[in-house]
Ligand binder design. Structure first.
Ligand code: OGA
Ligand code: CA
Ligand code: FE2
Length: 495
């Protein structure tokens, strides 16, 4: 364009008789040249802006943990022996050489309140509603029939339930000795804002679940008074005051005084129900339905933990927690640990998905709370303010972001980990923090199906390979023993 404008000026200079008029034209044209180039610049900026916005939207869309849409594909019959490379390719366009037999499709949440129809049992359509995107959380009413709920409860009662949390003897002294930390080092670690004083919430953030006892700020006041530790009575602990305490002083104080069930992290009873071959048909069906719901390879679902059935009495609760911890390179998963050849002291259950079923209608209370669902940020320190503790499901369930009312037959499920962007498990989703609010009237029955996946793909694949080899050996042994017994009876007949 600039070249064109120069040409016009040269043409004008070549005609002297009409110079004055031309001068005006030239100046006019200069103006229009200016406004044209101004217009061009504006347009270029405008286009660059639009392209940036589109790029940003695409980035957000693909980084949301959601994969390219595969809503109608049925992965329920996929297992480790099926190659799903075409599907993996769709997920890993930029990752050539990423050859895997398994991948983990994630269901898209679209937006909060979005309802998608899913077909899980023949002749029936379920509606699956998105409750939050952080964590990716869904609700499916009538996932189980009333009769199925009753069967699960009866089977659990037949098997017998045990206390979900037993009081462990005090063992903190030992741990601190192992870690070899001085009181100064512990003080520094606890002093989050580094002001040389320990505020109550700084103590609660890190020491509240020691030995399974749930410390509250009221407990802390009682302990300070009982142990006469807060000499100046300002509610804060200085390093000097802290030095006078033994490392398990708080828990020790409460233990001595006697701990009630309501002071524990969880106050419920539970049992485990096997869902494999030979199990009650309802339990087997349930697992198949979960495979269809999650669209995960069936081999993964089959090798996961059994069904956990939980009963809360009136007054029962489960303070906010993550079902599975963060994963670092040295962390081992409980389910693959024995085949992984590692002796890591760090272990977590690697529960990629939680499916929670409500088995009865609770008279009052007992909601499942997700205190930070869809929060803009996640900060551990801000969960406990001086007077509101968002993790405390006995006191502050009403202050969390999201609560699900227990309704018989409804299932909720969520992802405890993000995607790694390559079709496998990524980082822990901290927003999956949740708990069971106190049951204020009646009892509450729920069941958990956790889908265990090792974030280390090779470890998961190796584990599955070993299990299937073991199964083959077992099957062969069964055939041999059957043949032997047939031969044995034949010999008897001969005699
Ligand atoms: C659990 C759990 C929530 C509830 O059992 O891990 O978080 O509502 N339960 O009972
Ligand atoms: Ca402090
Ligand atoms: Fe949980």
């Amino acid at each position: 364009m600039m070249e064109e404008e120069n040409n016009i000026e040269e043409d004008d200079a070549a005609s002297p008789p009409v110079r004055t008029l031309h001068r005006q034209r030239v100046s006019l044209q200069k103006n229009s040249v200016c406004s044209r180039s101004y217009f061009m610049v504006v347009m270029v900026f405008f286009h660059v802006y639009i392209i940036n916005v589109i790029a940003l939207l695409l980035y957000v869309h693909y980084n949301n943990g959601s994969t390219p849409s595969t809503p109608n594909l049925d992965f329920s019959r996929r297992d480790s022996s099926h190659k799903v490379s075409e599907a993996s390719d769709a997920q890993t366009p930029a990752d050539s050489g990423f050859a895997r037999d398994m991948y983990l499709p994630r269901i898209e949440g679209i937006r909060v309140g979005h309802v998608q129809k899913v077909s899980l049992v023949p002749g029936k359509v379920h509606e699956m509603k998105t409750l939050s995107l952080k964590p990716l959380l869904f609700e499916i009413p009538n996932f189980l029939s009333g009769e199925e709920c009753s069967v699960v409860v009866r089977l659990a009662q037949l098997k017998g339930l045990m206390e979900s949390q037993v009081m462990v003897p005090e063992g903190q002294e030992e741990l601190n000795q192992q870690l070899n930390l001085s009181p100064e080092e512990i003080f520094n670690f606890l002093d989050l804002n580094q002001d040389g004083q320990l505020q109550p919430h700084e103590i609660l953030t890190h020491s509240r679940v020691r030995d399974g006892i749930w410390l509250t700020s009221e407990n802390l006041k009682e302990i300070y008074d009982g142990l006469k530790v807060d000499q100046d009575g300002n509610g804060l602990l200085s390093l000097e005051e802290f030095r006078h305490l033994r490392s398990d002083a708080f828990q020790h104080f409460l233990m001595q005084r006697g701990v009630e069930r309501s002071q524990l992290v969880r106050n419920s009873r539970h049992t485990w129900l096997y869902q494999g071959q030979g199990a009650h048909q309802v339990l087997q069906d349930l697992r198949k339905r979960i495979t269809s719901l999650t669209r995960l390879p069936s081999s993964l679902v089959e090798l996961s933990e059994p069904l956990q059935v939980v009963r809360y009495e009136q007054g029962g609760h489960y303070h906010a927690h993550h079902d599975s911890g963060p994963v670092y390179p040295e962390t081992a998963c409980t389910h693959t640990r024995l085949t992984a050849n590692t002796t890591s002291p760090f272990q977590t259950s690697c529960r990629y998905i939680t499916v929670l079923f409500y088995l009865n209608n609770v008279e009052e209370g007992g909601e499942t709370t997700f205190p930070v669902a869809d929060n803009r940020t996640y900060e551990e320190a801000s969960l406990i303010q001086n007077d509101v503790d968002l993790l405390d499901t006995r006191k502050h369930c009403d202050k969390g972001n999201l609560r699900v009312k227990p309704t018989k037959g409804t299932a909720v499920f969520w992802y405890n980990y993000l995607s790694d962007g390559r079709g496998w498990v990524g980082e822990q989703d901290e927003y999956s923090l949740h708990g069971g609010c106190v049951v204020t009237r009646g009892t509450k029955w729920v069941a958990n199906n956790w889908i265990n996946v090792d974030p280390d793909y090779q470890r998961q694949a190796h584990y599955q390979q070993l299990v299937s080899q073991q199964q083959e050996i077992q099957e062969q042994e069964e055939i041999i023993s059957e043949l032997n017994s047939e031969r044995h009876t034949e010999t008897h007949q001969d005699l």
